[in-house]
Design a protein around this ligand. Structure first.
Ligand SMILES: Nc1ncnc2c1ncn2[C@@H]1O[C@H](COP(=O)(O)OP(=O)(O)OP(=O)(O)O)[C@@H](O)[C@H]1O
Ligand SMILES: [Mg+2]
Length: 273
């Protein structure tokens, strides 16, 4: 049997697990010989804007899929607002909004229909669905395309319509896997504003991203995962102190490269010389 080292340094914060918006304990995913996520212990407080970082293949999407009920963990538990996602999946799903990595949308619905459909699925009253759908279409700049079928949407438009569908029921926790990927600067700004507004009203945002500048600007806390293992977690200030020692001006990119062990070396292709 495969055994994995316990990550003693990354135990969840003290307190009652149910008090946290997201609480994982030894969350693990093994694909064949590959340990994609290795005893992930995280505790995210309510109302927090949590950024989940890591290089390609680090295990971010796999972790998120286990947290939202899309991929059964090999072992370990995850609670969302105190509800065990794998023991009470239906109850857990009503508490969360999800923007997954691969958008699996109903291609034959129009954007407007798709957003409204999501609202009805979550049991939002019809009048609220109508009002919120129109407001979301407007604010996300989808008004002119609202009656076009999703199959004909661009990458960014699909992401925006999926985001609208994920937040219409006002979830307590919203999980977003790379929400800013493929999004233009104007829409990026709008999405940032919406997410910040949500956290100000008590919603917890948990998102993965490769865009350091966005994470730096938005997040109250950051977790960095490398090869399936959580290698750093804390506020930007805490990470700065821990990872970069004396360097008080370290950027998140510096910290990131430091904790995942990337040296400052040139990357030249030998055959270009
Ligand atoms: N269904 C699967 N079967 C086998 N291996 C998988 C599967 N899904 C993910 N993996 C592997 O697990 C590891 C983590 O993948 P994951 O998609 O979680 O990374 P990520 O951090 O989201 O990366 P990226 O930044 O590129 O999106 C990778 O090595 C990947 O190949
Ligand atoms: Mg991913």
């Amino acid at each position: 049997m495969t055994t994995f080292p316990q990550q003693d340094s990354m135990i969840p914060q003290s307190g009652n697990p149910s008090e946290y918006a997201v609480y994982t304990q030894d969350l693990t995913q093994v694909f064949g010989q590959k340990v994609a996520v290795n005893h992930l212990n995280l505790a995210v407080r309510r109302g927090e804007f949590f950024g989940f970082l890591g290089p390609n293949g680090a295990g971010k999407s796999t972790s998120i899929k286990m947290m939202v009920g899309l991929l059964r963990p090999t072992s370990g538990t995850v609670l969302v607002s105190g509800v065990d996602v794998w023991q009470n999946p239906l109850q857990a799903r009503t508490l969360m909004g999800v923007l997954p990595e691969h958008l699996n949308l109903y291609e034959r619905l129009t954007g407007r229909e798709f957003i409204a459909f999501a609202g009805h699925m979550y049991g939002v009253p019809a009048a609220d669905v109508r009002r919120r759908t129109e407001e979301l279409l407007e604010i996300l700049g989808l008004n002119n395309d609202a009656d076009k079928m999703v199959v004909d949407y661009s990458v960014g438009m699909r992401k925006k319509v999926a985001l609208a569908a994920a937040i219409l029921h006002r979830p307590q926790v919203i999980f977003l896997d790379e929400p800013f990927e493929g999004i233009d600067p104007v829409s990026s700004r709008v999405i940032r504003d919406i997410l910040q507004d949500l956290t100000r009203r008590g919603t917890t945002v948990f998102f993965s991203s490769h865009i350091m500048e966005v994470v730096e600007r938005l997040c109250t806390r950051v977790g960095i995962i490398n090869q399936g293992t959580l290698v750093a977690e804390g506020t930007l200030q805490e990470l700065r102190e821990r990872a970069s020692g004396e360097d008080k001006d370290a950027t998140l990119e510096d910290i990131f490269l430091n904790v995942i062990g990337v040296r400052n070396e040139a990357h030249n292709l030998s055959w270009l010389e």
